[in-house]
Design a protein around this ligand. Sequence first.
Ligand code: HEC
Ligand code: HEC
Length: 173
Amino acid sequence: MKKWLPYILFASTVLSAAGLLATSADGREDDSMEQLPKVENAAWHSECSSCHMLYHPALLPSRSWKKIMGSLDRHFGENASLEPAQRDEITRFLTSNAADHQLNQRSRRIVQSIPPDEAPVRISSTLYFISRHDEIPNTLYQRKSIGSASNCAACHRSAEQGEFSESTVRIPR
Ligand code: HEC
Ligand code: HEC
C-alpha cells in the first residue's frame, strides 16, 4: 500500500484537475453514464467463471485482455489453458468489448487511469480501482465472505452484469 501512495496522490490530483472525478451537484455520479453494456459469449461464460466471478470485458483495455489470454498457462499461479480455437474466440470477444472500445464513462475513466505503455492484468491494480476503494482497509478484503479485492461480486452483487453503482454496494459480514 505504502509504495502506491505517491501514485494515488498524484493520480487523484491529475484526475481531478482533468475533471475526470467530476460529480454532479449533489455529489453523486450519473449512474446511467456508468453502466457497462450487456454482453454475452457462451465460451467466455463457461470457461472464465469456473475459478472466479466473470470479469466484464469493459473493465480492462484490449491490450490487457491480449496479455491475459496470451499467458493462460501461467494465470495467477494456475494453468487456465484452453484449446486454441476457443482461446481465440474468447480473445476476440474480450478485445472487441474492451474498455478502450466503450463510450460509457466508467470504461473511459479506467482507460484514462492506465499509463499508455502499461497493460495491467488485474482490474484491482488499476489507479481507477484504487481511487474508488481508498477507504477500504486491506484487512476487510481478507474476510472469509470476501477473500480478496478481486472478488468484486462479494460487495457488488451485480458485478458480473457490469453494475457497480454506489447505491448497490453491500459489504458482507
Ligand atoms: C484454473 C482457475 C482459473 C480459470 C479457469 C480462470 N482464472 Fe482468472 N484468475 C484465477 C486466479 C487464481 C486469479 C487470482 C485471484 C485473486 O488474486 O484473488 C485470477 C484472476 C483473474 C483476473 C484478475 C482479477 C483482478 O482484477 O484482480 C482476471 C482479469 C482474470 N482472472 C481473467 C480470467 C479470464 C478472462 C479467464 C478465462 C479465459 C479466467 N480468468 C479463467 C484463476 C482462474
Ligand atoms: C470489500 C468490498 C468490495 C470489493 C471486494 C470490491 N468493491 Fe468496489 N466498491 C466497494 C465500496 C465500499 C465502494 C465505494 C462506494 C461508495 O463510494 O459509497 C466501491 C466502489 C466501486 C466503484 C465506483 C462506484 C461508483 O459509481 O462510484 C467501482 C467501479 C467498483 N467499486 C468496482 C469494483 C471492481 C471492478 C471490483 C473487483 C475487481 C471491486 N469493486 C471490488 C466495495 C468493494
